[in-house]
Ligand binder design. Structure first.
Ligand code: AMP
Ligand code: ZN
Length: 117
């Protein structure tokens, strides 16, 4: 079920524009508006869930669909050769700001150390 007030549902429905890098029946990937690396994509499932735990509880096969798309795009862009990072933020301590499950894919340059304290 889509959520009327969800930014990424609106992007999935084409109501808010995005720079798409991949789309099939279930999965959409688009450029992050504020990139943290040369390549910074967001991968979402078109079905709304709040975070990765919610997604796995709701329909775990969505994980495979998303990661098949990540494999396709990272291979197409050559990021599989140079390396890339997949990140999903869940909840306040991780700094999640959009509550539609999404996977950041970062690459295209050496990435700085992961996380912070
Ligand atoms: P997170 O902080 O993990 O919830 O990630 C949310 C991401 O969505 C951030 O990296 C934002 O830059 C990105 N973002 C917010 N609004 C948009 C938008 N309209 N199009 C593309 N990316 C967006
Ligand atoms: Zn949503």
């Amino acid at each position: 079920m889509q959520h009327a007030d969800c930014l990424f549902c609106k992007i999935a429905e084409g109501k808010i524009p995005s720079k798409k890098v991949f789309e099939n029946e279930h999965v959409l990937a688009f450029n992050d508006l504020h990139p943290s690396a040369t390549h910074h994509y967001l991968f979402i499932h078109k079905e709304h869930t709040q975070n990765v735990n919610d997604l796995v509880e709701t329909e775990p096969s969505q994980m495979a669909e998303i990661f098949q798309a990540i494999r396709f795009v990272t291979q197409r862009e050559g990021l599989d050769q140079t390396g890339f990072r997949v990140v999903t933020n869940s909840g306040p301590h991780a700094g999640q700001t959009v509550f539609h499950t999404h996977f950041h894919v970062l690459g295209g340059e050496p990435l700085r150390g992961f996380g912070s304290r």
